[in-house]
Design a protein around this ligand. Structure first.
Ligand SMILES: Cc1cc2nc3c(=O)[nH]c(=O)nc-3n(C[C@H](O)[C@H](O)[C@H](O)COP(=O)(O)OP(=O)(O)OC[C@H]3O[C@@H](n4cnc5c(N)ncnc54)[C@H](O)[C@@H]3O)c2cc1C
Length: 340
């Protein structure tokens, strides 16, 4: 039986560095350990929450139930051909360390996703993405344990119902399945690089890279991210708080009349994606601080805890931002962060 601790401070387990107490807390280091826990009467009785790196969670209150930290480690080769390799990584592996492992072996595909905090297991949850790349394009399967039956299921890529920061694990499968490993296929040669973001091209040029490589792109992404995003080790945050909204073209045309500089990107299904950071900034929120929480001075999409901020204050701030954006633009922002 897993060792279960009582009344554990969750501050070390969330990058917002919010103080909240877990009534019960345990870690799992293997699928067998997880299955044993799920089969216990104790688990069946209590509410549960899975955490990896806690980099996409906002605690607004103490957690009455059991918090289960995933520490399933291990990377193994499932299949290898002349051109491709399929790797399976334990869900508790650190995502960035996994990317670095792939980069060091010149395996191509996920280099644009360097330096995203968190675990491998949470990556499919919101289909992590950055600089034009999403993890969904490399996923073969997500192995997950049904917490009710203890059975292991493989969700194929299509079963995962991936979308922009979306998957089945955020909806129908939430709390019902515990992700134990993720299988991805990467290229060994003839890599297909994505340098569609101008910032990557500029950084590569400045660094004097004439030829593209997995390593060079990863280095460029890391340097851009370090210059743009607050480091959670220094200032509590969970990255982008809201998703970038997609709006119908007629609303975009209407807004463009009043706001000629409104930026946009093509969205899915003929919709138009507008950067949430721009909308928030237009409402005057960038750099605002209230009760030790605030909107980052350089990144309006990132809400921060300056030290002793409370989770409910961050949520209150988020709701005030949402109200103002709705009033000004008739656009409803949706949180990207999982609010507990
Ligand atoms: C500075 C910063 C920058 C970021 N940049 C990006 C970015 O560029 N792109 C991006 O997509 N995201 C970004 N994020 C968000 C975050 O890094 C990702 O969402 C990451 O995948 C979260 O991983 P985690 O292990 O920390 O998940 P957690 O925060 O621990 O959990 C997130 C959710 O997944 C659930 N969960 C966790 N593990 C499991 C499991 N094994 N089985 C089932 N459910 C599980 C949790 O219950 C929770 O609902 C950023 C965050 C920060 C702090």
């Amino acid at each position: 039986m897993n060792h279960i601790q009582n009344n554990i401070d969750l501050r070390p387990y969330n990058t917002f560095k919010i103080q909240a107490v877990a009534q019960y807390f345990t870690t799992v280091r293997s699928s067998t350990e997880a299955q044993a826990l799920f089969a216990s009467e104790f688990f069946k009785r209590e509410k549960h929450l899975f955490v990896g790196g806690g980099s996409n969670i906002l605690f607004t209150k103490d957690f009455e139930g059991i918090v289960i930290k995933n520490e399933i480690a291990g990377i193994r080769t499932v299949k290898e051909t002349d051109s491709h390799i399929t790797l399976s990584a334990g869900a508790g592996e650190n995502w960035h360390a996994f990317v670095m492992y792939c980069v060091s072996q010149d395996l191509g595909g996920i280099e644009n996703l360097s330096l995203i905090p968190g675990t491998v297991g949470a990556a499919p949850m919101q289909n992590i993405g950055a600089y034009g790349v999403e993890i969904k394009d490399f996923i073969d399967g997500v192995e997950a344990i049904n917490v009710t039956t203890g059975e292991t299921t493989i969700f194929g890529r299509d079963d995962c119902q991936f979308g922009y920061r979306e998957s089945i694990f955020k909806h129908k499968a939430r709390d019902k399945f515990f992700i134990s490993s993720v299988t991805l296929t990467l290229t060994k040669k003839n890599h297909r690089f994505n340098v569609s973001y101008g910032a990557i091209q500029d950084t590569l040029r400045l660094a004097g890279h004439n030829e593209l490589s997995v390593q060079a792109i990863s280095d460029a992404v890391i340097s851009i991210r370090r210059s743009k995003l607050p480091d959670p080790a220094v200032i509590g945050n969970a990255g982008s708080f809201f998703k970038n909204p997609s709006i119908p073209p007629d609303l975009y045309d209407f807004l463009k009349k009043s706001y000629p500089t409104i930026p946009y990107y093509p969205g899915e299904n003929g919709l138009i994606k507008v950067p949430a950071a721009w909308l928030i900034e237009q409402c005057g929120w960038k750099g605002k601080t209230i009760d030790d929480v605030g909107v980052h001075t350089h990144q309006a999409l990132v809400l921060v805890n300056y030290g002793n901020g409370k989770g409910e204050k961050i949520w209150e701030l988020a709701m005030n931002i949402r109200r103002d954006v709705k009033e000004k633009f008739n656009i409803e922002l949706q949180p990207e962060v999982n609010v507990i």
